[in-house]
Unconditional design. Structure first.
Length: 181
């Protein structure tokens, strides 16, 4: 039987949601028998693969790299889960939205308030450009399932994954229903 192809994605977030995922401890061994982890910051995979079944997406969309990746994720994934409050609402990552445009903000922090030799942290191709605003994932691409919490408790992550692995019906937000298994 083909294993479920699982991805975990890290956008603009603190990685606390991934830490909560790791808090599943020994259940992760069981999970490892039942899924192929095809993309994750926990695995050194550079390119988001095709034909992903489920993606847990941590973090908001804050910069151009996040934007490119989340569009790929949506194109190549059956079930996209907004994983944690930053993905669901913007949360901590979106706090900068009230401080104005990112160019002015970066200039204030890195140039005007630098103790010595202030310079902008802009290096094309090295540091991704910030978007004008931070967006929750559903503002950029359709999201199928929301898993709120900062971070979502490990047992709630497990409950959702067990439902998917059991072949439970997943009712999507305004889209078709998916059945796994
Ligand atoms: Fe971190 Fe909370 Fe955001 Fe998760 S939801 S990335 S734990 S700040």
């Amino acid at each position: 039987m083909n294993k479920l192809r699982l991805a975990t994605v890290w956008l603009g977030g603190c990685s606390g949601c991934h830490m909560s995922f790791l808090d599943l401890d020994e259940w992760l061994f069981e999970l490892a028998h039942r899924v192929d982890l095809v993309y994750s910051p926990l695995a050194d995979v550079k390119e988001y693969p095709d034909r992903v079944d489920v993606a847990l997406v941590e973090g908001a969309v804050a910069n151009e790299d996040n934007l490119h990746l989340i569009r790929q994720v949506r194109e190549r994934t059956r079930l996209v889960i907004a994983f944690g409050d930053c993905a669901v609402t913007g949360n901590v990552t979106a706090l900068r939205n009230v401080l104005g445009d990112p160019e002015t903000l970066l200039h204030t922090i890195y140039v005007e308030r630098a103790d010595t030799a202030g310079q902008m942290p802009l290096a094309p191709g090295i540091v991704p450009r910030l978007l004008d605003r931070v967006y929750p994932v559903h503002k950029v691409v359709p999201v199928d399932v929301y898993l709120p919490g900062c971070p979502p408790p490990a047992q709630r992550i497990r409950a959702l994954l067990e439902q998917i692995l059991a072949g439970g019906d997943i009712h999507l937000t305004g889209r078709e229903m998916i059945r796994f298994g």
